[in-house]
Design a protein around this ligand. Structure first.
Ligand code: COA
Length: 307
């Protein structure tokens, strides 16, 4: 039985009303802890999210952000997080409690999320899967997704030497939106996730912008949130000598990272951005992982009957 719910009401329910039936509903703030626990049992330690990150995410009221949970017997056993920007949606993260996998919970969450996104205007959903996560890869391919590209996860220790080569650096608290500059995302998902992520990190107050100058001219930008393992998704360099500016930017990021106790910096780069990956590899970055980019076109939703 399928039911469309508003607010925190059910989106999808199982056949019977017993305690063990499956319910998919919009997440509430009180779901942050169970979501975080499932995260720890799933990809914990790999990704950067903390309990406060999930809490801030659930506090955000944004049409662009969708968080669903699957509940059985009053217990949250799975969740799905997606972002939408106009016709494009990005499925950021989905996980089911390991004890409940293989029973259709993930499928129920995915179908409910896709239907919700389609009703709100999304024409396609994209997502990233780590290359050796064969279970998830098979799951998404079974659900009609196709591989559309790869992202290289390029990593470097912050202890590597750096050379600013005549550039100067300024670091400001807050994201690049406060630096009032246009940024070029390094990986395909950023243009969809950027809006929500920035708001979450701004509330967590651990976001910084790094601005790189040559004399008085702005030559590069990067946004970072210092964590032991830090991921930098937003980097931009000038058209003038871009490789030189990127090398200096990386040097400045390493110095900042080291000062703040960060051990490793990862920059996800679209496989198609040859010049950017070449420069980072020449600066001592190593390929630490590969993610597949998957995409599925959503069918146009059938209009809901109005009585
Ligand atoms: C991917 C995931 C959300 C699927 O949830 P689920 O409730 O197990 O999914 P369903 O029961 O609806 O579907 C199961 C199907 O998924 C695939 N699958 C998922 N995980 C699998 C695994 N570890 N090994 C093998 N197949 C797996 C299989 O095709 C399986 O079909 P089968 O039961 O006919 O073999 C869940 O496995 C999970 O939480 N994984 C860890 C987190 C993760 O990798 N998330 C995706 C990246 S964001």
């Amino acid at each position: 039985m399928l039911a469309f719910g508003d607010g925190a009401g059910p989106i999808m329910e199982g056949e019977d009303d017993s305690d063990s039936s499956l319910l998919v509903r919009k997440a509430r703030l009180s779901d942050a802890e169970p979501i975080y626990k499932i995260h720890l049992r799933s990809l914990g330690g790999v990704d950067r999210e903390t309990l406060s990150w999930f809490e801030e995410l659930l506090r955000l009221r944004s049409q662009n952000l969708k968080v669903l949970v699957a509940e059985k017997g009053g217990e949250v056993i799975g969740f799905s997080i997606a972002y939408r920007r106009k016709g494009k949606a990005y499925l950021d993260y989905m996980a089911v409690d390991p004890r409940e996998r293989g029973k259709g919970v993930g499928s129920a969450l995915l179908v409910a999320m896709e239907e919700m996104l389609a009703r709100e205007g999304a024409e396609e959903v994209s997502l990233g899967v780590k290359k050796d996560n064969y279970g998830a890869l098979q799951f998404y391919l079974n659900h009609g997704y196709a591989v559309k590209g790869v992202v290289l996860m390029l990593s470097s220790s912050s202890a590597e030497d750096h050379n600013l080569d005549g550039y100067s650096v300024s670091v400001v608290k807050g994201g690049l939106s406060s630096a009032k500059s246009r940024v070029m995302p390094t990986a395909w998902w950023s243009s969809v996730t950027e809006y929500v992520n920035r708001r979450v990190y701004r509330r967590l107050e651990d976001q910084y912008s790094l601005l790189l100058y040559r004399g008085s001219k702005l030559r590069g930008l990067a946004e970072f949130s210092p964590r032991k393992k830090m991921t930098v998704d937003y980097v931009a360099v000038s058209y003038h000598k871009p490789a030189e500016a990127l090398s200096a930017l990386v040097g400045a990021l390493r110095a900042q990272a080291r000062e703040r106790g960060v051990e490793e910096i990862t920059i996800p780069v679209d496989g198609s951005k040859g010049a950017m990956s070449k420069t980072l590899l020449s600066q001592g970055f190593k390929i630490k992982g590969i993610e597949f980019k998957l995409r599925k076109e959503l069918p146009t939703p059938t209009p809901r009957k109005v009585f």
